[in-house]
Write a protein that binds this ligand. Structure first.
Ligand code: NAD
Length: 379
């Protein structure tokens, strides 16, 4: 039996994502020959009822309602923080200052200024390992396209699109949540909410936009609150960005980034499409088994469908012909985080770096300036 290096994890924020990550850690045995073993030992939420969920995990020995008590636990090595965006900067910076490694939820601070201050805290504590959450590129179909792009299989690029669409706000009678309020979600609205998902691959490929033209929509500006009183929703729900990308000495190419909380018919679809002078490929989590790819065969442009199985960056016990889903890619993302932290990621695909997270904020900032000026703006 191989020895796995133990890592003790604490979670701050026991909501949607805190629970998702706890269950990912609980099914760690799905990974094959993986050298590290996380143990969920501590959890914090200001709402003590939210902690009840964690009664099922017998490794959890610390349950607190003040995150500073979790940070004071000398036995915690890594802290995953999944709270509202207005709380990111304080809790991330305190985690870094407490000497804990950080797995931060997106968007890594409520705005660019907050992200820059978190980077500053990391510069002052260079031994701290920090990454930001973005799991969709760990779908096997996305990884297939990552390998193809990095190998230059599509030739000089023509254009690329990355989008994330759902319809969580389609029902106009749905009560307002923190994601629809600027003071909690941030001025960038849906770009703070869904933007890291669409920026991860372009930034990893070095496709940093030189200019951004943003069309930002607040489609449902009023909603009931928890008591049925109609209140203002002051965030952007949908954002469509046309970016001009320069890579080296090559010609510019357009990169479209779209983030939509209201895209009728979509439940939670992450889509990536790239085309070049020698081929193209596309993948959407709406069809999680299928990558579509275009190559030239006997002079004809041929689209093929490649059936992807379950295997992503790190091998699992799951039969390779089975499908991958959200919980699988969260597991893969965590495996990438812990492998990189331990220096054993090698050339495998890694999580969003703090610098990439800050760069994404620069893009959203340019998009907001563009929406005001009516012109393309530089990030
Ligand atoms: N990676 C993804 O796919 C994904 C999906 C959804 C949300 N998110 C991100 O995760 C973060 C949290 O989102 P969520 O949907 O889980 O939110 P949520 O509202 O479901 O959960 C947040 C939890 O934080 C708790 N909380 C509030 N203040 C706290 C504090 N000071 N200390 C400790 N706990 C506190 C709340 O009581 C709540 O239980 C956000 O940054 C969001 O953008 C990521």
């Amino acid at each position: 039996m191989s020895l796995q290096q133990p890592v003790n994890v604490g979670i701050v924020g026991a909501g949607l994502m805190g629970r998702e990550v706890a269950t990912a850690i609980a099914r760690w045995s799905a990974l094959v020959d993986y050298p590290i073993r996380p143990r969920l030992v501590a959890v914090c939420d200001v709402d003590s009822h939210a902690l009840n969920f964690f009664d099922q995990f017998d490794t959890v020995r610390t349950r607190v309602t003040d995150y500073r008590d979790l940070l004071a636990d000398a036995g915690v090595d890594v802290v995953y923080v999944a709270v509202r965006h207005d709380l990111h900067e304080q809790i991330y910076a305190d985690t870094i200052r407490a000497g804990k490694d950080l797995f931060a939820e997106k968007p890594f601070g409520i705005d660019l200024a907050a992200a820059v201050r978190i980077l500053e805290a990391l510069r002052n504590h260079p031994r701290i390992f920090a990454r930001c959450s973005s799991e969709m590129p760990f779908f096997p179909g996305a990884q297939y396209i990552v390998r193809s792009v990095l190998a230059g299989e599509f030739g000089p690029l023509i254009e690329a699109t990355c989008g994330f669409s759902h319809s969580s706000d389609f029902d106009r009678s749905k009560p307002i949540t923190w994601k629809r309020q600027r003071r909690y979600c941030g001025d960038a609205g849906v770009m703070n909410d869904l933007g890291m998902h669409v920026a991860h691959l372009p930034l990893r490929f070095g496709w940093t936009p030189a200019t951004v033209f943003g069309v930002l929509q607040n489609l449902v500006p009023i909603r009931p609150d928890a008591n049925g009183v109609m209140v203002e929703c002051d965030t952007y729900e949908n954002a469509t960005l046309m970016c001009n990308v320069k890579v080296g000495a090559g010609p510019d190419f357009p990169l479209m980034l779209s983030m939509k909380r209201i895209d009728p018919g979509q439940k939670n679809s992450w889509t990536f499409r790239v085309s070049g002078l020698e081929g193209a490929a596309e993948f959407s989590t709406r069809y999680p088994k299928t990558v579509r790819r275009m190559d030239v065969y006997r002079g004809e442009q041929v689209w093929s469908e490649i059936e992807m199985g379950s295997q992503s960056v790190f091998p699992t016990v799951t039969g390779p012909i089975f499908e991958a889903g959200f919980s699988d890619v969260v597991l893969q993302m965590w495996a990438a985080y812990l492998a990189e932290r331990a220096g054993v990621l090698g050339d495998r695909f890694g999580c969003v770096t703090p610098a990439e997270a800050a760069e994404s904020h620069r893009i959203w900032d340019a998009a907001m300036r563009s929406a005001s000026s009516g012109r393309a703006e530089a990030p």
